[in-house]
Design a protein around this ligand. Structure first.
Ligand SMILES: Cc1cc2nc3c(=O)[nH]c(=O)nc-3n(C[C@H](O)[C@H](O)[C@H](O)COP(=O)(O)OP(=O)(O)OC[C@H]3O[C@@H](n4cnc5c(N)ncnc54)[C@H](O)[C@@H]3O)c2cc1C
Ligand code: SF4
Length: 326
């Protein structure tokens, strides 16, 4: 299929980017690994692409004065994966980055684009005018739904596709978002929009807003983290199921827990049920089994994705047992 025509503007400043995005039909082009496929397949259109690739201030990883980390939105996923500080202090994020697509995609794709990518539902990506594209039907609900959600479905049953987002939510990271009225900080836990709030929006961004950076808080004493992903194919693929853990240990007990599931819900899904079971406890065999059962007790599988319930139960059990013995 031929790519439809659009104007292409390479901006030299953030201000110019925001100005250019204020016209109708303008979209941000970062690495282009998701955007260009969407345009080629006519999932949505664009009258103008605003390339932010020259904005050097949006690249790179550096420590912040409070001991945390700042990752510019244009930083390549491969740089996040290979950065020593990320590997040592935020290992779940380095592991999640290493699970994104293929080496080529990780070199080209950016962390900002990873958070803002479009869902992978095959009806949405195909020629179906479903609810998310402004139609009046969810084709997946009655149709082919083996890769869809088991939590948080409401009119639309996508799963959130990003690998880095569950890890960032587990670390309680923030994004800085800039627009015509200035910049604001948004917790990544509140950045993605569930279908219960809007069935056509994936993020809280307004059309003329840009994610400029991701901010990680300093790791708490005793923090351990991990990210595990299961996919259908061994080569590149999106998560059938993934689990991000960020657990603060006090001796062998869990003082504070963040457990976030990917491939589970339309947004990165915090499992408060698991957090509740493990907080204040040692990760012994009984607690781990109870936590894994709690993880899926409120699951609402569709006709073809019931396999995700035992899959998540097993993954939680495995991930908790592994982190207890690091
Ligand atoms: C074959 C294939 C396999 C993939 N596998 C995975 C995978 O396993 N895991 C995974 O997480 N992802 C995967 N992806 C998705 C995607 O390539 C990556 O998430 C990548 O990080 C997207 O970044 P990008 O810079 O290329 O984004 P782009 O394609 O440039 O942009 C994606 C979207 O985000 C918007 N955007 C980009 N940057 C910003 C910004 N700073 N502020 C606001 N909006 C912005 C764009 O307008 C666009 O709508 C895969 C993609 C493909 C094609
Ligand atoms: S799950 Fe969402 S994106 Fe997929 S067909 Fe239904 S409404 Fe469309």
């Amino acid at each position: 299929m031929l790519m439809p025509n659009f104007n292409y503007i390479k901006v030299k400043s953030l201000k110019e980017a925001i100005g250019q995005l204020s016209s109708k039909g303008a979209r941000i082009h970062a690495g282009g690994t998701d955007l260009l496929g969407c345009l080629r397949d006519e999932i949505f259109g664009a009258e103008k692409l605003v390339s932010i690739g020259r904005l050097k201030a949006l690249r790179g990883i550096r420590q912040t004065s409070d001991g945390g980390l700042r990752i510019g939105a244009l930083t390549a996923i491969a740089e996040v994966e290979n950065n020593k500080t990320v590997q040592e202090r935020y290992s779940a994020l380095a592991q999640a980055a290493s699970e994104v697509g293929s080496p080529q995609l990780r070199n080209q794709g950016t962390i900002g684009g990873n958070l803002c990518q479009k869902p992978r539902c095959w009806y949405y990506r195909g020629e179906f005018q479903c609810l998310r594209k402004g139609g009046d039907t969810c084709y997946a609900y009655q149709g082919e739904n083996q890769f869809h959600c088991i939590f948080g479905g409401n009119m639309c049953y996508i799963v959130h596709p990003s690998d880095t987002a569950p890890a960032l939510v587990a670390f309680e990271a923030m994004t800085r978002v800039s627009g015509p009225d200035g910049a604001r900080l948004v917790p990544i836990a509140k950045f993605h929009v569930p279908p219960s709030e809007s069935v056509q929006k994936e993020t809280i961004l307004k059309p003329n807003e840009i994610v400029t950076e991701v901010l990680l808080p300093p790791p708490a004493k005793g923090l351990r983290s991990s990210y595990r992903k299961v996919r259908a194919r061994r080569s590149w693929d999106f998560a059938l199921a993934s689990v991000a853990l960020a657990l603060q240990f006090d001796g062998d007990r869990i003082a504070r827990a963040r457990v976030v599931l990917g491939g589970a819900a339309p947004v990165p899904w915090r499992s408060k049920e698991v957090e509740e079971v493990i907080t204040g406890r040692r990760l012994d065999a009984e607690t781990v089994t109870r936590a894994a059962a709690a993880a899926v007790k409120n699951a609402q599988p569709l006709k073809q994705n019931g396999y995700k319930v035992p899959l998540f139960r097993g993954m939680i059990e495995e991930a908790l047992a592994a982190i207890a013995h690091v």
